[in-house]
Ligand binder design. Structure first.
Ligand code: PMT
Length: 411
């Protein structure tokens, strides 16, 4: 699901060199299906022409009171907007918003609107650091305005420091996140997906049939439930789901390292990947030549990523998958205990479901409960799985968590 589809975004553009980046933002928002109307301050028109925004948004661009045709346009726009984002927000614009001024069209719309207001400051680093700006920003934050950025780095004036406007793709993500009100909003989720490849020599590996479809569907579902998601993926032919940080790995060892690098602060870990259990003890540096006689390969166990994460001192809530060819429920329950995880999602593999196919069937088991998810598309199953995880996570955290962690999850 695209959270920006058909959303009504009012983009305010104030005076600053970063205004050119807002043109790209409009293009991106439109491509994501949002409706965008642009209001420029008169200072902004000195940097980018209204025609540019008009062409990109497909809507009339307003640049001041003279464009308020009916005298009520500002009220109509204030009511129309589901989100107002001012990007770039100059120091002057922040000051005017903090004061609640209504003497230009953009400021008046902000005052008249009930839509959440986001600002993406862009200014010289000394202006950003000035006590007056700090006070204005503080006042806006206290009123619930979302201040996005600024970024730090080299500035158009040659200074280096905080004051660069966030890049359009980040602002698009921030806007999209602002519409996520799902069950996992504010939580960090790490998902593993796909197969691993354990090198035998430079051209051969031990692998498995995982396509990544189940894991990618889980990552997407968690994202759409409002979580910030990192997806650690073995080699697959799938596109990264929108709004997800994807890291590609090959071997189980690489997957372990990528997971551990992202596990701090992680609330929920979902191990969907089909990770190797064994790997060659000593992969050959050169391609192994064909021989007349038998040939054997010595294998060693691979670290168990899921069990290692579940054993961490500060551990996330853990969901493992179990691919079974027999005794599904019995093996799933054993695996849950053995790996020390909160939930196992078990699937029967070897027939038409499980590996590679678009459909699957899952049995979810947890302490004191289970839920059968009948055969369905992996995307639907992933939504149901995430919903169940959200229910159990909420119950267990309410019951056991120390108070300071509640603050973190609701922040
Ligand atoms: O990718 P698809 O084609 O869509 O197929 C989906 C799937 C069948 C791969 C998926 O639904 C699934 O069952 N994934 C888990 C497969 C598996 O490796 O199961 P297992 O029973 O061997 O492992 C149990 C759990 O331990 C899994 O969560 C696995 O990620 C984890 N594990 C296993 C070994 C290891 N070294 N480290 C691990 O973390």
């Amino acid at each position: 699901m695209n959270l920006l589809a058909e959303k009504r975004i009012l983009l305010g553009v104030s005076g600053g060199i970063a205004a050119y980046k807002s043109a790209e933002l409009v293009r991106r928002l439109r491509a994501a299906g949002a409706m965008v109307r642009v209001v420029m301050t008169s200072a902004a028109t000195g940097f980018v022409s209204a025609r540019t925004f008009q062409a990109l948004s497909g809507e009339i661009v307003r640049c001041g009171w003279s464009d308020d045709q009916s005298g009520m346009d500002h009220i109509e726009l204030a009511r129309w907007a589901e989100r107002i984002l001012i990007a770039p927000a100059s120091a002057d614009t922040l000051a005017r918003l903090a004061q609640g001024r209504a003497d230009d069209l953009l400021a008046a719309i902000c005052l008249a609107s009930r839509a959440p207001l986001l600002v993406a400051p862009a200014m010289n680093q000394a202006m950003w650091r000035h006590a007056a700006t700090r006070d204005n920003v503080q006042r806006l934050l206290e009123r619930g305005v979302q201040v996005c950025g600024p970024d730090t780095g080299e500035q158009a004036c040659g200074d280096v420091g905080p004051g660069r406007m966030l890049e359009p793709q980040i602002l698009q993500q921030v806007l999209s996140d602002s519409f996520a009100n799902g069950r996992l909003a504010g939580l960090k989720v790490v998902v593993t997906a796909g197969p691993t490849r354990e090198a035998v020599d430079p051209v051969r590996f031990l692998g498995n049939r995982s396509s990544g479809k189940m894991g990618y569907a889980v990552a997407r579902a968690a994202r759409e439930a409002g979580a910030s998601v990192a997806l650690v993926s073995g080699p697959v032919a799938l596109e990264a789901p929108t709004g997800i940080q994807r890291v590609m790995v090959e071997s189980a060892q690489e997957m372990l390292e990528a997971v551990l690098a992202r596990i701090e602060g992680c609330d929920i870990f979902i191990a969907t990947a089909a990770v190797a259990d064994y790997r060659p003890v000593a992969p050959e540096p050169q391609k192994i030549k064909k021989q007349a006689s038998d040939w054997s390969l010595q294998l060693e166990p691979v670290p168990d990523i899921l069990a290692m994460v579940a054993a961490l001192e500060k551990r996330p809530w853990c969901v493992g998958f179990a691919a079974e060819t027999e005794h599904l429920e019995q093996n799933a329950r054993k695996k849950r205990m053995h790996k020390g995880v909160e939930m196992i999602a078990a699937n029967q593999v070897g027939g038409e479901l499980g590996f590679e196919s678009d459909n699957n069937e899952l049995l979810l088991v947890w302490e004191g409960g289970e839920r059968q998810l009948p055969v369905a598309d992996k995307n639907l199953l992933a939504d149901q799985l995430v919903e169940q995880v959200a229910d159990l996570y909420a119950d267990q955290n309410t019951a056991h968590e120390p108070l300071e962690n509640h603050a973190k999850h609701s922040a």
